[in-house]
Design a protein around this ligand. Structure first.
Ligand code: SF4
Length: 89
């Protein structure tokens, strides 16, 4: 499935629990904020807080777990249609 993952850099406090759970998608940048990586394209090193990702069901569950682990709920997940899947509205 295709999802859009977004980190609100103003909310991110660099707690890194997302990095612990899903390090191929979340890494901290020089400002100690989580950026979003594309695990299927590791040569794309663009430092961005928002990306479209193609994920398997298992990968989606891991990204969701990472988002749920964030103490400030700084990670947003949207489906292909643009609906916010997490945090639930
Ligand atoms: S868990 Fe949340 S606060 Fe911690 S680095 Fe990830 S996005 Fe930032």
């Amino acid at each position: 499935m295709k999802i859009r993952v977004k980190v609100d850099e103003d909310l991110c406090i660099g707690a890194a629990s997302c990095v612990t759970i899903k390090p191929d998608v979340f890494q901290l940048n020089d400002e100690n904020k989580a950026i979003v990586l594309d695990p299927s394209n590791q040569t794309d090193c663009l430092q961005t807080y928002e990306r479209w990702l193609e994920v398997t069901d298992d990968e989606y569950e891991q990204v969701l777990l990472a988002a749920q682990s964030c103490p400030t709920l700084a990670i947003y997940i949207f489906n292909e249609g643009g609906d916010q899947m997490f945090p639930e509205m």
